[in-house]
Write a protein that binds this ligand. Sequence first.
Ligand SMILES: *[C@@H]1O[C@H](CO)[C@@H](O)[C@H](O)[C@H]1NC(C)=O
Ligand SMILES: *[C@@H]1O[C@H](CO)[C@@H](O)[C@H](O)[C@H]1NC(C)=O
Ligand SMILES: *[C@@H]1O[C@H](CO)[C@@H](O)[C@H](O)[C@H]1NC(C)=O
Ligand SMILES: *[C@@H]1O[C@H](CO)[C@@H](O)[C@H](O)[C@H]1NC(C)=O
Ligand SMILES: *[C@@H]1O[C@H](CO)[C@@H](O)[C@H](O)[C@H]1NC(C)=O
Ligand SMILES: *[C@@H]1O[C@H](CO)[C@@H](O)[C@H](O)[C@H]1NC(C)=O
Ligand SMILES: *[C@@H]1O[C@H](CO)[C@@H](O)[C@H](O)[C@H]1NC(C)=O
Ligand SMILES: *[C@@H]1O[C@H](CO)[C@@H](O)[C@H](O)[C@H]1NC(C)=O
Ligand SMILES: *[C@@H]1O[C@H](CO)[C@@H](O)[C@H](O)[C@H]1NC(C)=O
Length: 374
Amino acid sequence: MQISFKAVASIATLLVSANARKIFIDNDGLSALQVLFPIAAGHEVLGVSTSFGSASVVDGAGQAYDIFETYNLSACIPRYIGARQPLLRTYDTFQAWESLFGELVWQGAFSPDYEDSYSWSNFTYNDSMAGAVALIEAVKANKDTDPVLVYAAGMMTTVAQALSIYPDLAKDAAGLYIMGGYFDNQYAQATGDAITIDINTDINLIQDPEAAQIVLTADWDEIMIGGNVTNYLVPSQKLYDILEEKAGGLEEIRSNPYFADVSSLLGTGNYTENSSEETLPFWDEVVSAYMSWPELVWETTNASVAVDTSYYSPFYGSLRLYNPEWAPSKGYKVANATIVDKIDDDKFYGLLVDTFFKNWTQYCEVHGPVELIL
Ligand SMILES: *[C@@H]1O[C@H](CO)[C@@H](O)[C@H](O)[C@H]1NC(C)=O
Ligand SMILES: *[C@@H]1O[C@H](CO)[C@@H](O)[C@H](O)[C@H]1NC(C)=O
Ligand SMILES: *[C@@H]1O[C@H](CO)[C@@H](O)[C@H](O)[C@H]1NC(C)=O
Ligand SMILES: *[C@@H]1O[C@H](CO)[C@@H](O)[C@H](O)[C@H]1NC(C)=O
Ligand SMILES: *[C@@H]1O[C@H](CO)[C@@H](O)[C@H](O)[C@H]1NC(C)=O
Ligand SMILES: *[C@@H]1O[C@H](CO)[C@@H](O)[C@H](O)[C@H]1NC(C)=O
Ligand SMILES: *[C@@H]1O[C@H](CO)[C@@H](O)[C@H](O)[C@H]1NC(C)=O
Ligand SMILES: *[C@@H]1O[C@H](CO)[C@@H](O)[C@H](O)[C@H]1NC(C)=O
Ligand SMILES: *[C@@H]1O[C@H](CO)[C@@H](O)[C@H](O)[C@H]1NC(C)=O
């Protein structure tokens, strides 16, 4: 992975996308760029729901609350609570499956050692409308004028719930973007260390395989899968240095509450490869970036896809790819999807830096950034 300083410096202003879209995001937790990228590109985020998955329900909601406080987005982007549990998977069946087929490095909120960081009293939230219902309302309200893009960045449970209530959801939306759906990763899993195995394991689909199969094989006009591509865009010392330099030093980042999310990205400020949470790839952010700026996408592949839903299978919850010509056509439901293989890395890192160094706190009033005061 290489970042050219030139590319980072040359993106002086954010690229404002010609075609503003309406987007609904569901995720098992949240990081700032996932919501900032779409608004930076000029799109409208109609809602963000947070669901169980890698984080518990309370932690996902708490993370989203903190980000919305930092960037002052609550007045115009509603937050919802999405799925509180998978459709069928439970803690017990998850653990029993692991004892049959091997432990996962990352078990998310199903980990026996998982402890909540937040409690419900840490923040305010409004759960009068479930995430799935809010998603349906957003899709219905815009279906004839400006169909909504759905970004399912965690488990696909909330979208599956919405499809069960309102099966026309897929047809009435513009399309589906997912984070997850790795393939060709058995070799990496067999030969890698724990972090490599972790990075090549698809918890988003594994935690709720039935929901993933329901959602992927619904009647979307467009399905964009951010599988492998999301794994190669990772932090680096060079990126950390650029962020620190732009802020005028690490201390400035530490002491300015506006940079809370940059600070947590930097960890200690020293990039230590493969060794901690801070070095994990920009998974969800990568999908958010090319959803927001489609011109970032360089290479794609068309394939038919389905999710293994056989419990008694080591691949329960894994994505299965087929050549569309040879995919099953009866019985086992498959869908045609676009897999993103390569994006413009330099531009991605440039947009990351640029987006963090804009002042979004007046977004709800001015629908864009205002001057950042350092
Ligand atoms: C939640 O509130 C408790 C009690 O005030 C505090 O100790 C804890 O750090 C808070 N958690 C988060 C993640 O803010
Ligand atoms: C809570 O959400 C509901 C449904 O979206 C909305 O009608 C209501 O105004 C919200 N309440 C507050 C206090 O934001
Ligand atoms: C997908 O990821 C695996 C593991 O990193 C890699 O070995 C494989 O070549 C990738 N496949 C594609 C098509 O990118
Ligand atoms: C970062 O690395 C440098 C050089 O190895 C070291 O001097 C410094 O103490 C480290 N900083 C932190 C916060 O770990
Ligand atoms: C980190 O992991 C990658 C991929 O497995 C490997 O190529 C690299 O050598 C590792 N780096 C360190 C410092 O261990
Ligand atoms: C994928 O399929 C679409 C629609 O059938 C087609 O326009 C596009 O060229 C195909 N892309 C690739 C990379 O084959
Ligand atoms: C997928 O595309 C193939 C041809 O590329 C087509 O024959 C098939 O009907 C499509 N399948 C679905 C589920 O749309
Ligand atoms: C937050 O946004 C609201 C609504 O746009 C605005 O009235 C308020 O001044 C902003 N607060 C800060 C601290 O910027
Ligand atoms: C963002 O802009 C607002 C309004 O001009 C200002 O009060 C605030 O200090 C700015 N925040 C940062 C981090 O620049």
